[in-house]
Design a protein around this ligand. Structure first.
Ligand code: NAD
Length: 487
């Protein structure tokens, strides 16, 4: 791994892919036993290295220990455990129905690994977003290269150090690095690429994949709205919004609430509820709180302060705004009625700032959401079942949650992914296995059941027979077979 890290160019990338292709070609990664062994070893790694993982996440993001445990470690472990429990069942070929036109025959759908796959991950949940797709790729029987994010170097080097200690390095490798290493990797032919990160690089990944017609999954971001009705339990809603925003990596989460939409008359109550709950959670001086992650680096710190310091925005701050440039902390910050054409309302925030947009009637919010690029998630807090139904039917987003935020991510029976500008493809739970499997259909026939009507020369009788058969016209078929009426 160290060598790969030292000088990783296109030539090295090509040798690496060749090596993994040979391993995949040997068939070893396809066996149930190999996949399960990797999964058990991965689980062992997470258990044995838990304190190292927590420390790396502390180094990269000052991520609170409990957040690391809940959102990175335990979800990764749950994914491994699910594979161990379900893989035999997932790998079973699925019987498929056949038609009279192919009788006698039988059919099945086989889940076949794609081959050698590339996973490029992001910095904000650097452990989970690296391992979770790797788990899916291994479960599906692929050889894998993981490229963790250079923006979270401690977790990247932890993965590069420990994965080879626990997993089969002839088929599973980690390449550390930034743009040049990723570019070298993207020049190779892969059988599938899963990329997590921003849409600009997503386009670079997709353009590189075009060369070899490689299928891609793009796990991108967007502006995830939270619509807040006035008929709700505001106390509970405030806690749940804060949990999915500031208690999730201080807003540096792809599915964190990006902005709130509520009515003009209810907005002051929303602001008050958020303020007092924020104080309960993070104290009077949130910059002193041990329960808030810091901003990942000074580039992102500058990007975020630019969003809140824009002329037409800075006087809209109704709570927070404090920052510590040296320690890279920004306090939970709420803004009210910022203009729609401000940077904060046109770019994904991906940090601790939360603007509140007000409307006269809540229904208007659905059009507002749909007028923007499709978000990764959208949330609604309401007790109004009609409004809920309209939201579910009319708002297009990667995923929706009613009366909470973010929890769909931790529901492995739901596919997780974006739509439109927020991405394409999905994974999690069984969907991760499917994401890295080609559904290969197989139709089985024997040498019996010859139907001469399908072969030339095409006589009028054959034409009559085939038309009746393909139209499902049983009487016509019988008549054609007995040749009645005689012509
Ligand atoms: P990042 O900076 O870590 O970049 C992601 C990956 O892209 C890294 O591995 C990096 O090395 C690589 N990369 C960067 N520039 C590249 C280039 N020019 N060519 C090739 N590779 C390159 O992460 P980021 O993009 O800052 O992540 C934040 C974004 O990701 C946000 O938009 C967020 O919403 C989104 N995100 C989405 C999900 C999801 O599951 N949908 C999860 C986390 C983050």
């Amino acid at each position: 791994m160290e060598e790969e890290k030292a000088k990783f160019d296109s030539h090295k990338a090509s040798l690496l892919v060749d090596e993994l292709r040979t391993s995949f070609g040997s068939g070893k990664t396809r066996s149930y036993e190999w996949r399960i062994t990797q999964m058990k070893n991965l689980l062992k790694m997470i258990d044995e290295r838990e304190s190292d993982i927590i420390e790396a996440l502390q180094d990269d993001l000052s991520k609170p220990e409990l957040e690391s445990f809940i959102a990175e470690i335990s979800i990764s472990k749950a994914s491994c455990k699910m594979v161990i429990k379900e893989l035999k069942h997932w790998m079973k070929p699925e019987k498929a129905k056949t038609e009279l036109t192919t009788a006698p025959s039988s059919a099945e759908i086989i889940s076949e690994p794609f081959g050698v796959v590339l996973i490029i991950s992001a910095w904000n949940y650097p452990f989970l977003l690296s391992l979770d797709p790797v788990i899916g790729a291994i479960a599906a029987g692929n050889a894998v290269v993981l490229k963790p994010s250079e923006i979270s170097p401690a977790t990247s080097s932890l993965l590069a150090k420990f994965l080879p200690e626990y997993l089969d390095t002839s088929a599973i490798r980690v390449v550390e690095g930034a743009v040049s290493e990723t570019t070298a990797l993207l020049e190779q032919r892969w059988d599938k690429i899963l990329y997590t990160g921003n849409g600009k690089v997503g386009r670079i990944v997709m353009a590189a994949a075009v060369k070899h017609l490689t299928p891609v999954v793009l796990e991108l971001g967007g502006k995830s709205p939270v619509v807040v009705d006035s008929n709700i339990n505001l106390n509970v809603a405030a806690k749940r919004i804060i949990a999915g925003k500031w208690a999730s990596n201080n807003g540096q989460a792809c599915i964190a609430a990006d902005y709130i939409i509520t009515t003009k008359s209810f907005a002051p109550k929303v602001v008050d509820a958020l303020k007092s709950t924020l104080e309960d959670f993070f104290g009077k001086d949130p910059l002193e709180s041990k329960d808030l992650s810091r901003i990942v680096n000074s580039n992102h710190f500058t990007r975020l302060t630019k969003l809140m310091d824009e002329d037409k925005v800075s006087d809209k701050i109704v709570h927070g705004g404090q920052r510590d440039e040296k320690l890279l902390y920004i306090a939970p910050t709420i803004l009210l009625d910022v203009p729609q054409d401000s940077l904060i309302m046109t770019e994904e925030i991906f940090g601790p700032l939360l603007p509140i947009v007000t409307v006269e009637k809540l229904e208007e919010s659905f059009d507002l959401i749909n007028s923007k690029s499709k978000p990764l998630s959208a949330y609604l807090f309401t007790k109004d079942k009609k409004l809920e139904k309209k939201f579910v039917e009319s708002v297009s987003a990667g995923g929706l949650v009613i009366n909470d935020t973010c929890l769909h991510f931790a529901t492995p029976s739901l596919p997780f992914g974006g739509v439109g500008a927020s991405g394409m493809g999905s994974y999690h739970g069984k969907f991760s296995f499917e994401c890295f499997s080609h559904k290969k259909p197989v139709l089985y026939r024997s040498f019996g059941g010859e139907a001469s009507a399908r072969y030339p020369p095409y006589t009028p009788k054959k034409k009559r027979l085939l038309r009746a058969l393909l139209n499902g016209d049983i009487i016509g078929l019988i008549l054609a077979l007995i040749g009645w009426p005689r012509t």
